[in-house]
Design a protein. Structure first.
Length: 281
């Protein structure tokens, strides 16, 4: 912020910031507003974990919802646009509560645009990925789908795939219903922020993603290739996903290297074990 204030005349450039929810205190919000910050994208992640990121400490469940909602509503008094980020499928989540609490949050905080990410293990990105691999829960989805919403490559700890997608579909339907979109529109300040929320809701991030999740859920019951792949009984990528890659790449598909749609999902763990063997020798 010191560098921005030294280099940028007030009002000459609009900014958007991504941070944990613990950083935008009211004092910081006043400074952000003074320096033309128009949007913030804080991570809430979960109602049952990662309290440090949202500055809620040991609070979980509804108590955390209340505190986070109060904080987000405060932010909206200074910053016209806010996207709240959630991760679905964490090991701390179980049953309907994580999804129902998110609905309660949206009702209490109508101006927030929710962004949902599916739990994904990105190779060596975090030591926690080793635990997922040790428990044989990482699926070999191609990198093409590891964008937080194309596929979840970690098998849920407390849900069947069918139940998990049922909950996601229900939450997405609620979040981008006509009523929710209208309430968000009214609770948002500024023409740009209002229309940005509207366009995102009715495009691929809202309606489009809901359609995609419904298609995946349907195929878990009807596509013979889905259950073996999702239950790790087969590493043959379902044709449904191959077709998506073909559609996305178009004429570039022929340049995709052989074997690019396959990788060892446990490579990180094997690499760490080989280091241990070398150390012992």
């Amino acid at each position: 912020m010191d560098m921005i204030e030294d280099a940028v005349p007030p009002g000459s450039i609009d900014f958007v910031a991504e941070s944990s929810l613990s950083l935008p205190t009211e004092l910081h919000l006043k400074r952000l507003k003074r320096n033309s910050f128009k949007g913030v994208l804080p991570g809430i992640e979960s109602w049952f974990a990662l309290g440090d990121k949202s500055k809620t400490g040991a609070l979980v469940g509804m108590a955390k919802v209340r505190q986070v909602s109060e904080h987000v509503n405060l932010i909206l008094q200074y910053i016209p646009y806010i996207q709240t980020n959630f991760v679905l499928g964490l090991d701390t989540d179980e049953g309907r509560d994580p999804f129902e609490l998110t609905k309660r949050f949206l009702k209490m905080t109508p101006g927030a645009f929710p962004a949902y990410s599916l739990l994904s293990a990105f190779g060596r990105a975090a030591p926690l990925n080793l635990d997922y691999q040790r428990s044989n829960r990482v699926l070999p989805f191609p990198f093409h789908f590891l964008n937080n919403n194309g596929a979840m490559n970690v098998k849920p700890a407390h849900y069947s795939w069918q139940t998990f997608y049922d909950q996601i579909i229900d939450l997405t339907r609620y979040s981008f219903s006509t009523r929710a979109i209208f309430r968000r529109f009214l609770a948002t300040q500024g023409v740009t922020s209002r229309w940005l929320n509207l366009v995102r809701a009715i495009s691929t991030e809202g309606f489009g993603r809901a359609r995609y999740y419904r298609e995946v859920r349907n195929r878990l019951d009807t596509d013979a290739q889905f259950p073996p792949y999702f239950e790790q009984e087969s590493n043959v990528l379902p044709e449904f996903y191959k077709n998506i890659v073909r559609q996305d790449l178009g004429p570039l598909m022929e340049w995709l290297p052989e074997g690019a749609l396959y990788h060892d999902p446990n490579a990180y763990l094997k690499s760490e074990r080989s280091k241990d063997v070398v150390a012992l020798v």
